[in-house]
Design a protein around this ligand. Structure first.
Ligand code: NDP
Length: 450
């Protein structure tokens, strides 16, 4: 970046930091996008005159609320709930709910900000939002989770609706939580509508929604490999996380002939050199989704290595799929991956690479698909779930999967269009940021100063 652009980015970021103190993840997300966009905006002054970047970085609305609930001992517990309604220029706010003790306003603003660009990339009419709570579902009984969800939705229901804001799942919010949240919304509003996505198939869900983020990240990796005449067959893959995204990334990699050797959770990772088979994956799904156990139990059962307290990036692999959480790959991890011969990183999680790690990937010119492009398959199928709800007509599995693949290919094409430099290198960060920005920015200009 030239000195001029750097000075402009620094000036812009100084204002963002002053206005949003203590929100490190939000600053990080805005900085990355600003660095990509500044040269483009300077070339197209219509956007700077309309102050689009300044407006995009200011949420349209932030809702914060008390969530009181009774635990199984009859004690009152109090959590904090949030919904960040970031941008509705191209459609109703759309984005997941995260239940995790680390949730705070800065994390949700970063996620909502990313979501604006991601949703635009999908080509579907969805604005950006994100919400959640510092509630920790781990170790809670089903009844406690239900009471929490009911209390959370009692307040949230005033602010959402199928044409206003349509939440979905994220970390700590899976099928069980969506069920409790939907039940309470329906009861309060006396409406059976598509107000949430990620619903079960029997009551308005879409086939392939649970699979969509993980599958999409693998489809995106496949598209990136294609640009080098390569594919997934025989590739050794390191995956982090063992939740929704990690599980279905594993499933799709196996279907496409790759080999997955790691999975993790917040306590450590397993290394299965022989590869995770379909049967072993079934065990993981049961362990994580039903028994709600720890990934160490996989190592105990199959007699493979378990490394406590570490992430899997020291393992030699061809492809890496970070599918756990933000900032889980630091600069050293990125350099280790590159030195070990990793040729592609496709981010299932949101912002899993620190800025220094992302820079290391770009410098090494490996195929690096940032989350807002690579993990957009989840929200894309959420968008398809909304369409099916509006039509009151479900699509088949193949139909949804075909559309998902088309959308991932189209996102990849957009990244190439806006991210390919003169040397032929595809900078997917720039491609995703600029490609996602244009539609939102043009819509905001068309809609006036609102
Ligand atoms: P889940 O709750 O199903 O799984 C999360 C996984 O990540 C678990 O294995 C969890 O381990 C691990 N994890 C969570 N926090 C940390 C942490 N601080 N350090 C290490 N490991 C951690 O969530 P999802 O699979 O849905 O989400 C994973 C990522 O994908 C998130 O970044 C999310 O924003 C992103 N994403 C999800 C989408 C979706 O459709 N679900 C869509 C797009 C992006 P543990 O059980 O020990 O906490």
């Amino acid at each position: 970046m030239s000195d001029l652009f750097e000075a402009k980015v620094n000036d812009f970021m100084a204002k963002i930091i002053a206005k949003n103190p203590g929100e490190a993840e939000y600053h990080q997300a805005v900085q990355e996008v600003t660095e990509s966009l500044m040269p483009f905006i300077e070339e197209n002054p219509v956007y700077s005159h309309a102050k689009i970047l300044e407006r995009i970085a200011e949420p349209e609305r932030v809702i914060m609320f008390r969530v009181p609930w009774l635990d199984d001992q009859g004690n009152i517990q109090i959590n904090r709930g949030y919904r960040v309604e970031m941008n509705s220029a191209i459609g109703p706010y759309k984005g997941g709910l995260r239940f995790h003790p680390t949730v705070n306003l800065g994390i949700l603003k970063f996620l909502a900000f990313e979501q604006v660009f991601k949703n635009s990339l999908t080509t579907l009419p969805m604005g950006g939002g994100k919400g959640g709570s510092d509630f920790d579902p781990k170790g809670k009984s089903d009844n406690e989770v239900m009471r929490f969800c009911q209390s959370f939705m009692t307040e949230l229901s005033r602010h959402i609706g199928p044409d206003t804001d349509v939440p979905a799942g994220d970390i700590g919010v899976g099928g069980r939580e969506i069920g409790y949240l939907f039940g309470q919304y329906k009861r309060i509003r006396n409406e059976f509508t598509g107000v949430l996505t990620g619903k079960a198939i029997e009551w308005g869900g879409s086939l392939i929604r649970p699979e969509a983020t993980g599958y999409g990240a693998v489809y995106f990796a496949q598209e990136m490999l294609k640009t080098q005449g390569d594919n997934l067959k025989g590739k050794v893959c390191a995956i982090s996380g063992s939740g929704n995204v990690a599980q279905y990334a594993t499933e799709k990699i196996l279907q496409l002939g790759g080999k997955v050797v790691t999975l993790s959770d917040s306590a450590g990772f397993i290394y299965d050199e022989g590869g995770i088979t379909e049967d072993k994956l079934k065990f993981v799904m049961e362990l994580k989704n039903i028994k709600r156990g720890r990934i160490k139990e996989y190592a105990d059962k199959y007699g493979v290595d378990y490394v406590a307290g570490k992430t899997p990036w020291s393992v030699k692999c061809d492809l890496a799929f970070p599918c756990a959480t933000q900032n889980e790959i630091n600069e050293d991890d990125a350099k280790t991956l590159v030195n070990n011969g990793c040729i592609a990183v496709s981010e299932g999680a949101n912002m899993p690479s620190t800025p220094e790690a992302a820079e290391a990937f770009v410098k090494a010119q490996i195929l690096y698909g940032p989350g807002k492009a690579a993990n957009a398959g989840g929200v894309a199928v959420s968008g398809l779930e909304m369409t099916q709800n509006s039509m009151r007509l479900p699509w088949t599995r193949d139909e949804v999967d075909d559309r998902l693949q088309q959308i991932m290919t189209s996102i990849h094409d957009t990244c190439v269009k806006f991210g390919k430099d003169n040397s032929g290198f595809i900078n997917y960060i720039n491609g995703a940021n600029i490609g996602g920005y244009i539609k939102v920015a043009d819509s905001m200009i068309a809609q006036g100063v609102v």
